[in-house]
Design a protein around this ligand. Structure first.
Ligand SMILES: Cc1ncc(COP(=O)(O)O)c(C=O)c1O
Length: 391
C-alpha cells in the first residue's frame, strides 16, 4: 500500500525508548532534550508581545518560502562571524535544522545515491537519508574527527553528498581538527562533491576557541551549511536555517514551498526580535555554564567509576559523551539491565550507518543535574563491572 520509499522509514530507537519509559522514574542519559528550565521563557514572552503589537496581523499571515527577510539578514550576520560569505540570498529559513537536512537530501539524492558519512553519525540524518534510499560510504572517527584514510577513495566513488558534523558531533561529542577541516573542504571541492555541514551545536562550546567552518574553507559551489536556534533559544520554536550558493538556495526554496510553504511567520519574528533585543548572548551563556558543569560532572563520575572498564570521549562542547565498552559487552543487553536499575542511555549500534558498534553507547549530560549524573553513573558502572548484576 505504501510507496517503496517507505521501506526504510522505521521508528527511531531513541523515540521508542523515550515512549516506552515515559512517566517512569529513570535517571535518563538518553534523550538529549535540552533542559527546559533553561529556556528563556520570560524573554520569549516579552518579544512575542512586542512582535504582535508591532506587526499585528502580518505576523499571522503567510510569508515568503525563503523566510522572513529581516531574519535572513540577521542569520547572514551571524554566519559572517563564522567565516562564511553570507548575504540574505544565501539563506533559507527552515523548520528547524532537521528540515534543512531533509531538503538537502531530497534535492541531491537519487535512490541508491552514495553518501559519505561519519560512522557513527546523527541518527535522524541517517533516517532522512535512508528515506531517499541512500547508500553509505562510512568513514570511521578518531579523536580528531572523520579519519583521512578512505576519504580519497570515498570521494572518488562519485558520492552525491558528504555529511559532516565538525563540532561536538552527535553522538560522539568529537570535534574535527582544524587541519582535517581544511583537507576535507579542499578535497570535497576538488572532487565537486556537495558538503552538508551540520553545525547544530556551534554555540555550545565549553572549552577552547571556535574553529573555522568547513564550508568557509574552500570555494565549493555545492556546499551547504545547516544551523539552528533550537539549542540556544528553544527547540519548540522550530527555527533553523540552511546556507548555500544563491542559485542552489533558490531551488531549495522551491522544494520548501511545496513541502510546507514556509516556516512560521510568528516564530521567525520572535527569533528575530529575541536576537535584536540582545537576548541571544545571555541565553547562550546560561546554557553553556550549566551544561559545562554537567559535562565535567559526567566525565569525573566516569573516571571515578569506570576507569579500567571502558573508554570515552571528552567533548569540548555539545551534549554527548560516547562510551566504548569491552568488546564482549553488548550495549543493547546492558540497556535491558539498566532499565531495571532505573537508568537510561542510547545503545550505539543504531548510529552506525554501516553496522557495528554493539559495544558502544551515548550518554547525554544535559538532562540531569550533577547529583543525579553521579548517581546514574554509579548504577551504570555497577552493571558494567558486574555483568550479572541488576539493581
Ligand atoms: C546534530 C543535529 N543536527 C540537527 C538537529 C535538528 O535540530 P533542530 O531541527 O531542532 O534544529 C539535531 C537535534 O537534535 C542534532 O542533534
Amino acid at each position: 500500500m505504501l510507496a517503496t520509499g517507505m521501506r526504510r522509514v522505521t521508528p527511531s530507537a531513541i523515540m521508542e525508548l523515550i515512549k516506552t519509559t515515559a512517566g517512569g522514574d529513570y535517571l535518563s542519559f538518553a534523550s538529549g532534550l535540552p533542559d527546559p528550565t533553561l529556556f528563556p521563557v520570560e524573554a520569549v514572552r516579552a518579544v512575542a508581545d512586542q512582535v504582535l503589537s508591532r506587526d499585528g496581523a502580518a505576523a499571522l499571515q503567510y510569508g515568503p518560502a525563503e523566510g522572513y527577510p529581516p531574519l535572513r539578514a540577521l542569520v547572514a550576520d551571524l554566519l559572517r562571524a563564522r567565516g562564511l560569505a553570507a548575504a540574505p540570498e544565501h539563506l533559507l529559513i527552515t523548520n528547524g535544522s532537521q528540515q534543512a537536512l531533509d531538503l538537502a537530501a531530497r534535492a541531491l539524492l537519487d535512490p541508491g545515491a552514495p553518501v559519505v558519512i561519519e560512522s557513527p553519525s546523527y541518527l535522524a540524518a541517517i533516517q532522512a537519508f535512508d528515506s531517499y534510499d541512500a547508500r553509505y560510504l562510512p568513514l570511521p572517527l578518531d579523536e580528531d574527527g572523520m579519519q583521512r584514510d578512505g576519504l580519497a577513495t570515498a570521494l572518488a566513488a562519485g558520492p552525491r553528498l558528504l555529511y559532516t558534523l565538525p563540532n561536538f558531533q552527535n553522538p560522539t561529542g568529537i570535534t574535527l581538527s582544524a587541519e582535517r577541516r581544511r583537507r576535507l573542504a579542499e578535497a570535497a571541492a576538488r572532487a565537486g562533491v556537495p558538503v552538508l555541514e551540520d553545525d547544530a551545536y556551534h554555540d555550545l562550546r565549553y572549552d577552547g576557541e571556535s574553529l573555522p567552518t568547513v564550508c568557509g574553507l574552500a570555494a565549493n559551489p555545492h556546499a551547504l551549511y545547516a544551523g539552528t536556534f533550537s539549542k540556544v533559544i528553544a527547540p519548540g520554536l522550530r527555527v533553523g536555517y540552511l546556507w548555500g550558493a544563491p542559485a542552489l538556495i533558490e531551488r531549495l526554496a522551491q522544494l520548501k514551498q511545496i513541502t510546507d510553504l514556509h516556516t512560521g511567520s510568528l516564530t521567525q519574528r520572535i527569533v528575530h526580535a529575541f536576537c535584536l533585543a540582545g537576548h541571544l548572548e545571555p541565553a547562550i551563556e546560561r546554557f553553556r555554564s550549566v551544561y559545562r558543569r554537567r559535562r565535567d560532572a559526567l566525565l569525573a563520575a566516569l573516571a571515578a567509576e569506570l576507569g579500567d572498564h571502558a573508554t570515552w570521549t571528552r567533548p569540548a562542547g555539545g551534549m554527548f559523551v560516547w562510551v566504548t565498552l569491552r568488546p564482549e559487552i553488548d550495549a543493547q543487553e546492558l540497556l535491558t539491565r539498566a532499565l531495571e536499575a532505573g537508568v537510561l542511555f542510547v545503545p550505539g549500534g543504531g548510529f552506525h550507518p554501516g553496522g557495528g558498534g554493539a559495544n558502544t553507547l551515548r550518554l547525554t549530560f544535559v538532562s540531569l543535574d550533577e547529583e543525579r549524573i553521579r548517581e546514574g553513573v554509579k548504577r551504570l558502572a555497577r552493571l558494567i563491572r558486574h555483568p550479572q548484576a541488576a539493581r
